[in-house]
Design a protein around this ligand. Structure first.
Ligand code: PLP
Length: 457
């Protein structure tokens, strides 16, 4: 790992959990009050007021230090202010910030595209469109699919999350509140069940019967969707996550993506793979789709690609490129600072062998979480790949009935014990530390989580 220089020794070291005052403390409360006054109501979860971050730790407004197993929703994957990425952005900040990368040219944008291309699966020639967020990447992918196929309808999956702009929202189906009051969104979107092995519409235990779950899912799409109300001649693309993120960290059976792609190819339908949350090394491969043996022709990316400077990207097989200038563009896509951050992020991932750490620490993390599952019968499932993991709380191991209240309590107690987590799906807590996490930090997190569960029961 690269050496980090601590520049200001007046600041406390951010290397372990230190809860000095029960959060939110007085300074945090003041900021939370002003936030409520000046900012629109959104999706706030924990009353955490972040002030300074370093590596896997964050200091709040009252000097408490938290271990960060949320990573800004899987964005700060190299930890907070990684020294190399910081140095590169700092260097660039004195040269050029912005120059409208869709309308003009600069090397930094090409370098970023080349870096991203070098880590995306597929041996075919690829091209990149830069956006500023996950939703905007999906919007671009939708337009690419419409123009290329000359078709207008889409199929996405129940439990999927693709963003909150009108097109991306039309595909999103992980919580009813996301759609509440916004109809009509983009027309022509059909939702089908996702092969969730733990809880699914078919009542199958997908861990025990993965092939049956995949067959039932694809049969449903073929026989009850494509043959009844969404003929393939109308459907431009499937939009799917390789592992559902906001839907609860749902890992589908191994064959699902290959079989879905086969069905899509047979029907002249594209597959857009949404890797906004699962991509950029989170699962121990650069992209989660690699675990399933598929090479998507369209991959949407955002979150961790530039370590926290806003950036999104769509990587396509170059055969799908827009046929003429003017069909799609934006102002900030490929912004110079974001491009430099993206190149530096990918360079760091390669140099520091981040994927090896994700694989090794992922195995260790899973083992420690399974120990907790043995200890607490209210943990019904431990799932995920690499460092994209979640634990699901149930009222009953057999029925797998979600225990939402317990999950919420555990998340809050963990926060009070100095561990930042995020809920996901109906009753799961996701655990997404930085990808360069150390084993000792995982142990620290497990201790805080263990204590939180004990306090919540
Ligand atoms: C899989 C997936 N797609 C798209 C998005 C939307 O990204 P953004 O919030 O950057 O618009 C998210 C955000 O959580 C996501 O997890």
């Amino acid at each position: 790992m690269m050496e980090e220089k601590v520049s200001n020794n007046k600041e406390q070291n951010l290397d372990s959990i230190k809860i000095r005052i029960m959060p939110p403390g007085p300074e945090a409360k003041k900021i939370i009050d002003s936030d409520s006054e000046f900012l629109v109501t959104s999706t706030k979860s924990l009353p955490l007021v972040a002030k300074r971050g370093r590596g896997s730790f964050v200091e709040d407004a009252d000097g408490n230090v938290f271990l960060d197993f949320a990573s800004g929703i899987s964005v700060t994957n190299l930890g907070h202010i990684h020294p190399y990425v910081t140095a590169k952005v700092e260097e660039q900040i004195h040269k050029l910030w912005h120059f409208a990368g869709t309308d003009f040219y600069y090397k930094e944008q090409v370098d970023a595209a080349r870096s991203i291309e070098s880590i995306t699966p597929g041996t075919f020639k690829k091209k990149v469109f830069f956006s500023n967020s996950g939703a905007e990447s999906n919007e671009a992918a939708i337009k690419i699919a419409k123009i290329f196929t000359k078709k207008q309808q889409f199929i996405s999956f129940i439990g999927g999350f693709h963003g909150r702009t009108q097109g991306a929202l039309s595909m999103t189906a992980s919580k009813a509140i996301q759609q509440k009051g916004f109809f009509p969104t983009m027309p022509g979107v059909h939702h089908v069940p996702y092969p969730n092995p733990f809880r699914n519409a078919f009542g199958i235990d997908g861990y025990e019967h993965p092939d049956e779950l995949v067959n039932r899912t694809l049969d449903f799409i073929e026989k009850y969707v494509l043959k009844t109300y969404a003929p393939p001649e109308n459907v431009a693309a499937f939009l799917v996550e390789p592992i559902q993120g906001e839907g609860g960290y749902i890992v589908p059976p191994k064959n699902f993506h290959k079989d879905l792609r086969k069905l899509a190819d047979e029907n002249n339908i594209l597959v857009i793979m949404d890797e906004v949350q699962s991509g950029m090394g989170r699962t121990g491969k650069y992209f989660a789709s690699e675990h399933f043996g598929v090479e998507p022709e369209v991959i949407t990316i955002a979150k961790a690609v530039a370590s926290g400077i806003p950036m999104g990207a769509v990587v396509i097989n170059s055969r799908l490129d827009f046929p003429e200038s003017g069909l799609h563009s934006n102002t900030f896509g490929g912004n110079v600072l974001a491009s430099v951050a993206a190149t530096a992020t990918i360079e760091t991932m390669k140099k520091e062998k981040i994927l090896d750490n994700v694989v090794n620490q992922g195995i260790y993390f899973k083992k420690r979480l399974l120990e907790l599952k043995d200890k607490y019968s209210s943990i019904g499932d431990v799932r995920g790949i690499g460092l994209m993991v979640a634990i699901d709380f149930v009222k009953d191991q057999k029925t797998r009935e979600p225990d939402v209240k317990l999950r919420d309590k555990v998340e809050y107690k963990a926060f009070e014990n100095g561990l930042i987590t995020l809920s996901t799906g109906t009753s799961a807590v996701r655990l997404i530390p930085p990808l360069n996490i150390k084993q000792s930090e995982i142990d620290m997190g497990i201790d805080a989580l263990d204590k939180a569960i004990k306090q919540s029961l």
